[in-house]
Ligand binder design. Structure first.
Ligand code: ADP
Length: 414
């Protein structure tokens, strides 16, 4: 409804502005015709010419007029008369005039009369467009700035059009904000559903395991006792990880991050993350290979966050591999930067989703193909953190083939 009414207002505005412009133009043309008629009359009376010409002024094009006279004419006289008549009618715009000689069939004199100080001669360029297809003595007047002169006389219309434009911009902005909010609220709902689901599984596993511990007498079966205790511990770890992720995000949101920067050896951090991931990868019959080629692997950064970053990327590489995970980490020095490539041969990310992947809560819609749980927060955290370290992260991925995330961090001297 709002769009329709706005469309109506715009259409009405365009209608009235065109109408006002046409009216102003007609007024201008009439004024010029009258002025040139008077100039012709004056010239005839100065030359004591009793022969009167009917309709001496003709409009050749929108901004070009010619007037017929019976005799030759001095340019100075013409200029004076034109100025006089234009002034009388309040026509304050630049003009050019030419005097045509029918005997030599050529323009004998032309001049550009600017209104302001700016002097310019565009006659050479415009005279081509002036057609002289009649015999006799003529002079022509050309208004190069007619349109802008008319527009400048339509102040109120320009003002109201600007106002309407302003209203349209605000309206579009409001609509954009509403759509964005709508998308955000959908995303947040998804997130809440996702999170409850993610938290419910470990909670129910813990509850079941503790039920067993309470109800059964497991003193005689220490291995079972240990197994249930182990399950509780693992599930508790999982819970802690999920809660940590959400907390990390909340912290980023409040911009409360205080980096504890120090000189760090990235290869060490990578090694540590790999060590903690290795049992999981081995369990899935996967491999993880390291090519730590960088000669200088020192950076200035926060140990905890950089470890989280590497861990998040490794975790994704593992999560989004369908069969046995095949993960490789390569480092290299380039210019004065350290590059870390983390690649997998997993499901890959379709091109369509690659630009959104670093947005908060964004997850590639998976359909029924894979069922990996997550909040869509990991990569957003990674990107925000890397940027806080004056670095950047790039993604190269092909659907079905795998993905490579490349982190670039500024090197420091060893
Ligand atoms: P989460 O993994 O918790 O969903 P992330 O922010 O870590 O959130 O990742 C966002 C989305 O990017 C994931 O849902 C997944 O669709 C896609 N993605 C991330 N890493 C990979 C990867 N290595 N291979 C394929 N898809 C990935």
């Amino acid at each position: 409804m709002a769009t329709i009414s706005l469309g109506g207002v715009i259409a009405t505005q365009i209608y009235w502005v065109t109408k006002a412009f046409n009216l102003q133009e007609k007024q201008f043309n009439d004024q010029v015709q009258l002025a040139l008629n008077d100039v012709v009359k004056n010239i005839l009376s100065i030359n004591h010419d009793t022969y009167s010409i009917s309709n001496p002024v003709k409009q050749i094009s929108s901004n070009y007029f010619i007037a017929q006279i019976n005799d030759t004419l001095h340019p100075y006289l013409l200029e004076t008369l034109l100025n006089q008549e234009f002034e009388k009618r309040n026509l304050k715009t630049d003009y050019e005039y030419v005097i045509y000689d029918c005997f030599t069939d050529s323009i004998v004199f032309g001049n550009y009369i600017p209104l302001g100080s700016e002097e310019k001669n565009s006659l050479a360029a415009t005279s081509d467009t002036m057609e002289w297809n009649n015999d006799g003595h003529y002079f022509g007047v050309y208004f190069p700035k007619k349109t802008s002169y008319i527009v400048s006389g339509m102040g109120i219309w320009v003002f109201s059009s600007a106002l309407i434009l302003l209203i349209i911009s605000f309206f579009s902005y409001t609509i954009a904000v509403i759509l964005k909010q709508k998308r955000l609220s959908e995303i947040k709902n998804d997130f809440i559903n996702n999170m409850t689901h993610e938290l419910k599984t470990p909670i129910s596993t813990i509850s079941l395991s503790s039920d067993v511990l309470i109800s059964e007498n497991l003193h005689d079966h220490p291995e079972r006792l240990k197994m249930y205790a182990q399950i509780i511990k693992e599930e508790n770890e999982r819970l802690k990880k999920q809660v940590d992720r959400v907390l990390q995000m909340a912290m980023l949101e409040k911009e409360e991050i205080q980096l504890q920067n120090e000189k760090l050896n990235i290869h060490q951090l990578i090694q540590r993350s790999v060590n903690s991931m290795e049992p999981l990868i081995k369990k899935a019959d996967g491999i993880i290979s390291l090519n730590l080629n960088a000669k200088n692997d020192f950076v200035f950064g926060d140990k905890v966050h950089l470890t989280n970053i590497i861990f998040n990327l490794l975790d994704n590489a593992f999560k989004y591999s369908i069969n046995q995970p095949n993960i490789a980490i390569t480092t290299e020095n380039k210019n004065s930067d350290l590059l870390i490539h983390i690649s997998d041969k997993g499901i890959g990310i379709p091109l369509l989703h690659q630009k959104n992947i670093f947005e908060k809560f964004y997850r590639v819609p998976s359909g029924d193909i894979h069922n990996v749980k997550g909040f869509g927060l990991g990569l957003n955290y990674v990107k925000t953190m890397i940027e806080l370290h004056n670095g950047n992260i790039k993604l190269k991925s092909k659907e079905g083939k795998g993905s490579t995330f490349t982190i670039t961090l500024p090197n420091i001297n060893e």
